[in-house]
Design a protein around this ligand. Structure first.
Ligand SMILES: Nc1nc2c(ncn2[C@@H]2O[C@H](COP(=O)(O)OP(=O)(O)OP(=O)(O)O)[C@@H](O)[C@H]2O)c(=O)[nH]1
Ligand SMILES: [Zn+2]
Length: 198
């Protein structure tokens, strides 16, 4: 069972967050994280971002996806409006960084993001968001405004006993490298993205 292993306040470029590490055992070096902005009011619908890890985008500023900018935007938003970021260790939609780089290599040969995963014998998206629900319940979130473009994430909340109050769009403008990735997200996964940005 998931447990809160440790927590501390951490100042960031965006402001201070209470950072919490959740895992099944304390020797887990890749715990899921919850970042709670200081001015978060749990008695009202809480602004929540459920974010999957992307080391290439968030740490190394890859232009192939918009994950880094999405995370920064979410951190800024939560500081301004209160809210929680649930950061899940689901690199590469949960296929891991080794497989994601293999998929990128296939993408260099013309496969799109979905075809590349399938070519490797992996699902297009191997994520399960139950863990996010578990964390939100531990944080006593009863109702939320979800920051996402992914209809699947909305469905997960609607199917849980946490109330889905509204969606906060999180659209980042595409660049030359990310345009086709965003187009696949819209066409294949049904992400709620405006045309001019995909
Ligand atoms: N397998 C694979 N994973 C990718 C690729 N590009 C980004 N990712 C991963 O996709 C995950 C983010 O998922 P996205 O589809 O960008 O967005 P989302 O979380 O479904 O939806 P939003 O809430 O709207 O951001 C991260 O774990 C990234 O590492 C890719 O080409 N192949
Ligand atoms: Zn990414």
């Amino acid at each position: 069972m998931l447990q809160l292993q440790a927590e501390s306040n951490v100042p960031t470029d965006f402001g201070e967050f209470r950072m919490m590490a959740f895992s099944e055992n304390e020797k887990d070096w890749m715990p899921h994280m919850a970042l709670i902005a200081k001015n978060t009011d749990l008695s009202k619908p809480v602004n929540v971002r459920i974010h999957s890890e992307c080391i290439t985008g968030e740490v190394f500023h890859s232009q192939k996806c918009e994950c880094g900018q999405q995370l920064n935007t979410a951190m800024q938003y939560m500081q301004e409006n209160g809210g929680i970021i649930i950061y899940l260790r689901q690199e590469g939609r949960n296929i891991g960084i080794i497989n994601k780089l293999k998929a990128y290599a296939l993408q260099e040969r013309g496969f799109d993001t979905v075809q590349a995963n399938l070519e490797l014998g992996l699902p297009a998206d191997d994520r399960n968001f139950d863990i996010a629900i578990e964390m939100l319940k531990k944080l006593e979130v009863k109702s939320l405004n979800l920051m996402t473009n992914n209809p699947e994430k909305i469905k997960i909340i609607e199917d849980s006993d946490i109330n889905f109050n509204s969606r906060i769009p999180l659209q980042i403008k595409s660049n030359l490298s990310s345009a086709s990735y965003l187009k696949t997200k819209k066409d294949f996964f049904g992400h709620l993205l405006d045309d001019e940005n995909s």
